[in-house]
Design a protein around this ligand. Structure first.
Ligand SMILES: [Zn+2]
Length: 348
């Protein structure tokens, strides 16, 4: 690019207040033309409000252009209170967060939601345990909050978080698997998140592990999730809850270690079939059990390389996500930033 082209591009970014001048640069030697000027991202550029919803709670945070999030709120979802009470509470909590953040300009709101979401129309399709059906959530929030709103499934938003702010930045194709109370995944192909049809794609947890296994809430039998989610592992161990399971794993309890290893082998079995079909160079694993050195990752790798000749021949890397426990909020922020700032998308 010529210096003139660069100047033109920079002045566009200055006009859009994405960058700002930080004064003249000291120069060792005299040069002709305009003095060199240091630039920085404008502190008000691309701030987004991120909302992450899992099966139990809602988290709300403020994120900057680098995907650094500050958690502002978290509250438990009351399953009894119904759909309109949930939405009213959500609006009032988001409203309060916007009021608290008055010194920054919020470009958009991104929401990562548990269950089926149609991203294009902004519709929350269903969440079985909430008993909802086809709620035009994005339009509703946009109207009440007066800001652009984007919604998607929470594991797909985490995958966008990996693409924008995690190890996925340098990868064209990768898979993210999240292991929590349920199991989900997101797939990036050709630098873009693959969304599939209107109900989405990436229901890794509902791939069949055992054809004759127990009935799953999705209608299938023997889904992987029934054997390997945190809930499933905890119940195998007669642990009180997932917190007790995680404590026992941290304390290197032998039975807990074995149960997590078993879950890793089961995930690796299904992953091998998946990767024979969709060979990607890297699989990132996220969730409380996904740490480097954990039996979960070791067993996933072992099983994968035993079973998939493609994964063996052209090594598929399996690694823990580096986004940490804020992955949900980082993902929701990525959804908003990607669509509002980079794609200039305006959903109807
Ligand atoms: Zn299922």
């Amino acid at each position: 690019m010529t210096p003139a082209t660069i100047s033109n591009l920079i002045s566009e970014l200055l006009d859009e207040t994405l960058v700002m001048e930080k004064g003249n640069l000291e120069e060792d030697r005299r040069r002709a033309g305009r003095k060199s000027v240091a630039l920085a991202f404008h502190p008000n550029a691309c701030n987004t409000l991120a909302v992450h919803m899992n099966a139990r709670e809602v988290q709300i945070g403020l994120a900057n252009i680098h995907g650094t999030v500050q958690t502002l709120r978290r509250y438990e979802i009351s399953l009894e209170s119904g759909q309109s009470a949930f939405i009213e509470r959500l609006i009032s909590e988001i409203d309060a967060c916007i009021a608290e953040s008055e010194e920054v300009t919020i470009a958009a709101i991104g929401l990562g939601l548990v269950g089926l979401v149609h991203f294009e129309s902004g519709t929350y399709l269903s969440k079985d345990h909430l008993g909802w059906k086809d709620v035009p959530l994005a339009a509703l929030l946009r109207e009440r909050l007066g800001l652009p709103v984007y919604i998607d499934n929470n594991i797909r938003t985490m995958t966008m978080g990996e693409k924008m702010f995690g190890a996925g930045r340098t990868l064209t194709d990768f898979l993210l698997i999240y292991i929590g109370p349920g199991i989900g995944s997101g797939l990036v192909i050709g630098d873009r998140l693959y969304r599939g049809g209107s109900t989405g794609a990436g229901e890794f947890g509902h791939m069949t592990y055992n054809p004759d296994g127990p009935i799953c809430h999705c209608g299938n039998r023997g889904c992987l999730e029934r054997y390997t989610s945190l809930t499933a592992i905890a119940s195998e161990l007669d642990a009180l809850d997932e917190e007790e399971l995680l404590n026992r794993v941290r304390q290197s309890d032998r039975q807990a270690h074995e149960a997590v290893s078993r879950a890793g082998r089961r995930i690796g079995t299904v992953l091998a079939s998946y990767l024979n079909m969709f060979h990607v160079p890297k699989v990132m694993v996220a969730g409380p059990l996904a740490e480097e050195g954990s039996p979960l990752l070791e067993e996933i790798r072992r099983e994968l390389y035993d079973r998939s000749y493609l994964a063996r021949r052209e090594r598929v890397e399996v690694a823990a996500s580096e986004l940490g426990e804020n992955i949900g909020l980082i993902g929701a922020a990525a959804l908003a930033q990607w669509n509002e700032v980079f794609e200039h998308r305006r959903l109807g």
